[in-house]
Every structure is written in C-alpha cells, then in structure tokens.
Design a protein around this ligand. Structure first.
Ligand code: SF4
Length: 454
C-alpha cells in the first residue's frame, strides 16, 4: 500500500495526489445540517449530491440528508432556473422543512447560474425560507464551503433591531457534534447566554429512538439566526474557519467579534474560558478548574513517553493548528504540519507556534497533499502520525503508529461523538497518544523489557 511512493520530491504545480481536503459543498451541507428543520439543497447534478451525502454519512454514521436540482444536459446548457424552482416546490411539498439552504456546485458555477435572481423570483409557501451560498469547488475546500454557507444564512436572515438581546453567538468552527456538546457544556458552566451557530449536536449524533426523524431535535433555529443580529458579541472559534461569517455579521448588524483558536489543548481552552468569563463576569467554576488540573496531571505523569517524539499532523487547518499546539504543550515535536485547504495564514500561524515553543526543523504547508506528506516522512521518519482516515495507507507503508482525529474518520466508529476540544477533549487525545506510543513500545521491546507496570 503506497509502497511505491518515491522518496525524491519533484516540483508539482498542477497535480494533486491524495488530496487532504474535499469539495466546498460537503462543508456547505454540514453547515446547513446544523440548522433546525433545514434541508440542504445541492444546485447541480445528482452525482455531486450523492457523493457529498455519502461522504458525510460515512463519517457520522448518520443519514446526511440533501436534495438536488438534478441537472441533466438541458440544465447544463440552458441553466438550472427551472430545475431549482421545481425542486424547491417539491421539497417544501414532500419533505416540509422550514428552510432550504441551497449551495452551488462546480457545474452551476461554471455556467454562471444566478441563485440570487432565481430565489427572488420564487413563489414560496407562507413562512418558508430559501437561502443560498456560492460554493464552487475548484477553489477552497469543504472548510470554505462551510463558512460560505454560514455567511449565506447570516446575509439572508440575521437582523438588528438596534436593541441587544444580551446573548453571545458562538461560532464553533468545523468540528464534530461531540466537540459542540463540550463547548456548550463549558459555556453553560460559565453562565453565558449563547446561540451556537451552526449546531450539529442532536442532529448528526441523534439517538436511536426507533422512529426515523428527517429533522432531529437539534440545530440552531431560524429565529436564533435572525436574532444573532442583536447579539452583544460573537466568539468566533478557529481563526481560519470562523472569521468570514463573523465579519459578515459585523458588517451587516454591527455585532463585534473576537477571533480565537479552536479550544484544543490547555492554552487555547484557557483562552476560550477566559473570554466566556469576561462575557458573564463570572469566576471560573471549580468543575472546570478541576478538569484543567487533571489534564496537567496526566500530561506530567506520562511526559516520559511524549518528550521529543516527532509527529506528523494533517487535516483541516484549525484542527491541525489546535493539535499542533496540544502536542507542543506535551513536549512533542510537530515535525510536519499540513492542510489541504489553501491559505498562507495557516503556515504563518503554525510557524508562530513553532517559535513560541522553541522547536526547530518543523515544516508547515497549506494546500498540500498526502503524497507530499508521505515523501517528507520517507525522507525523515516520524514517531507518530495524527490525522484523518486518509493517513492509514501512509501509516501502513511506513509502519508508523497512527491516531485518527478530525474530519473525516471513515473507518472507525464514534469519533464524531467524542470531543477533542476543551480540557476533557485534550485528556482524551493525551490518553490516545500515550496508549498508541506505549503499545508500540510493548510491541517492539525485548522480552526482558516487557513490563506490566509502565
Ligand atoms: S463536480 Fe465539483 S461539486 Fe461536484 S463532486 Fe466534483 S468537485 Fe464536488
């Protein structure tokens, strides 16, 4: 498996091999699934929608719903106006959502379909809403699709009445439902009244009840999105994911925002907690202090196994930066740090982390692919690989211990239900890293070094 990957790195400018990202509509659908009673709608051909739904369903092990404009040759030549008008009518008639969130695809973008004009021209049933976002997949990644769809909801819906409702809008970034539940737990402990937007908890991790619910209980409501225009502040988590929608809300409704990293690891979680503390004027409760103390204790107890171990981390930009910060806090060296999502800010932020922790010889790259990561590893091996399912072939080819984290994890269960954010999430990651490195030691050590107590 990938055994033939060459060690010599040749310069490539127009070829991606084993991409470390997927296309914009996947993110757009995920954002829309975080809105209550919302049907994501793909304005393009059926193949795109099938792929995006399958991709999400395989990660979450939950049905990811979406309808499609079902382009055929006619729509591709003459435009998809009549397709979307019929599609929207059918979706409201048959599936009865409160809102349809339309995103474009490569095809509808290439022919230049004007979604704004189509939507303005629709005769919608009473109380029903259609919003849209442009998500051409030949630029960006699922991360840009995610924030573009968030910005689309805000552009259409959020309104300022001029009177603050005293709430904070929390933009969680592209994270799993398990992470959102952890963020909500922390915000509740800090007594901050908030709107989480989007909120896929209770949707993409809904419990088995015996009855299928097309629209599970979770998700940000349309009313909450409208009222975000009256929030006193936005806490935008993830510098490379949440800034665009925060900017749009600030421009439209004058709601100021604070942009902080995803709360992965001690320092970033501290920042999140202190921001919440400032918002509520509340002391940090003992429950959070205790969790933090337990995390520090765990890191100290096991630090012999982490110190100076090298790691390659890949995946979505804010997740990778968060995991990089966490492994640095553990005394490890993030030798290679790579995202498939374009944007040189990623490299700048990663290098700032390397400098802050005084590590040298580390490489960071945006818009990279997994062939390149594999070649780096072939040239200088690492002790651990940390990232999405797509790393498993590199791990097997190079015989490197591998931990799955981020999006997507297609070949294991329950990852999306558990957090990597917050002190609890960091404890979970520290445990996974310790277990994996110690398993490897047990596997490779001689009989006389094979210990019961480690
Ligand atoms: S055609 Fe574009 S939008 Fe459709 S699956 Fe391919 S990359 Fe994604």
């Amino acid at each position: 498996m990938l055994k033939l990957t060459p060690k010599e790195i040749s310069k490539r400018s127009a070829l991606t091999v084993n991409p470390c990202k997927t296309c914009q509509p996947v993110g757009a659908i995920y954002a829309a699934l975080g809105v209550h009673n919302c049907m994501p709608h793909s304005h393009g051909s059926q193949g795109c929608a099938s792929y995006h739904r399958t991709f999400l369903t395989r990660h979450f092990k939950e049905p990811a719903i979406a309808s499609t404009s079902s382009f055929t040759e006619g729509a591709s030549v003459f435009g998809g106006g009549s397709n979307i008008k019929t599609g929207v009518k059918n979706v409201f008639d048959i599936y009865n959502p409160d809102i349809i969130a339309v995103h474009t695809t490569c095809l509808s973008e290439t022919i230049g379909d004007d979604l704004n004009a189509y939507i303005q021209d629709m005769d919608l049933p009473e109380g029903k809403i259609v919003v849209h976002a442009n998500t051409p997949s030949y630029v960006g990644s699922h991360i840009s699709g995610f924030y573009n769809m968030m910005a689309g909801f805000i552009r259409y819906l959020s309104k300022s009445t001029g009177k603050s409702n005293g709430k904070t809008a929390i933009f969680p970034g592209f994270v799993n439902p398990g992470d959102i539940r952890e963020m909500k737990k922390i915000a509740n402990l800090m007594k901050v009244p908030f709107t989480m937007f989007p909120d896929q908890s209770g949707v993409m991790d809904a419990p088995m009840t015996g009855d299928y619910a097309m629209y599970p209980k979770g998700g940000t409501t349309v009313t909450e999105i409208v009222e975000m225009g009256d929030c006193k502040k936005v806490l935008a988590l993830g510098e490379l994911t949440s800034e665009e929608p925060a900017n749009v809300l600030e421009r439209k409704c004058k709601v100021p925002y604070t942009l902080i990293p995803l709360p992965i690891g001690i320092d970033a979680t501290d920042k999140f907690v202190m921001e919440l503390s400032q918002l509520s004027n509340e002391e940090v409760p003992y429950e959070l202090e205790e969790e933090r103390g337990q995390l520090v204790d765990l890191m100290l107890d096991a630090h012999f196994y982490f110190f100076n171990k090298t790691v390659a981390i890949f995946g979505d930009p804010d997740t990778v930066l968060g995991l990089t910060r966490l492994v640095l806090e553990m005394g490890m060296i993030p030798k290679y740090v790579l995202t498939g999502t374009p944007g040189e800010n990623f490299v700048k932020l990663a290098q700032e982390l390397f400098e802050q922790f005084g590590v040298e010889g580390c490489t960071a790259k945006a818009a990279g692919d997994l062939l390149e990561l594999h070649q780096w590893i072939k040239n200088e091996k690492v002790d651990l690989l940390l990232g999405t399912t797509y790393g498993k072939q590199i791990a097997r080819a190079e015989d490197i211990p591998f931990i799955r984290a981020g999006f997507p994890v297609l070949d294991r269960y329950a990852h999306s239900s558990f957090p990597i954010v917050g002190y609890k999430g960091a404890m979970r990651m520290v445990q996974a890293i310790a277990d994996t490195l110690m398993d490897r030691q047990d596997k490779e050590c001689s009989d006389e070094d094979f210990e019961i107590v480690m």
